[in-house]
Design a protein around this ligand. Structure first.
Ligand code: FES
Length: 149
């Protein structure tokens, strides 16, 4: 009986959360957004109907983005550099970013919602790891930290 207020409160929060998600999906229209992707020196653009996370559009477009958590924002592997239109870094992303990455507008693609035209750079993680090995500075814990030159 002592848990009843907690259960009721959680149910109310759950209902509010579901209503907000439904309202966001049905009422908010971000229109057509252009995503410009720079990868390995090549630039490509495609248009999408806005409102979904950047990661889902990139995967749909055939880009290979590291993601071991399936877009839940818990692995920190889906880093991309947003050069235009990504908005603010979210608190859920901060723990995965070094100071340098924050300064260079790195974002987690799964947490970055496409609301307008956006321009991104997908880092070549394989080359980053190769360079670490070449320089004999490989650190398994830092393999996903991106150094922007
Ligand atoms: S896919 Fe895991 S944090 Fe983005």
């Amino acid at each position: 009986m002592a848990f009843l207020p907690i259960v009721v409160m959680n149910l109310i929060l759950l209902v509010i959360t579901i209503l907000l998600i439904i309202a966001d999906r049905l009422l908010v229209n971000y229109g057509t957004c252009k995503i410009t992707v720079e990868k390995d020196g090549e630039e490509n653009s495609f248009e999408v109907q806005g409102g979904q996370p950047l990661l889902s559009y990139l995967i749909e477009a055939g880009y290979e983005i590291n993601s071991s958590c399936g877009g839940r924002g818990t692995c920190g592997y889906c880093k991309v550099r947003v050069t235009e239109g990504g908005g603010q870094l979210l608190p859920t992303e901060e723990i995965f970013m070094s100071r340098a990455e924050k300064a260079n507008n790195m974002r987690l693609a799964c947490q970055c919602k496409v609301k307008n035209d956006i321009r991104i750079v997908i880092p070549n993680f394989l080359e980053i790891v190769r360079e670490m090995v070449r320089n004999r500075k490989f650190d398994a814990k830092k393999r996903w930290l991106v150094t922007i030159k």
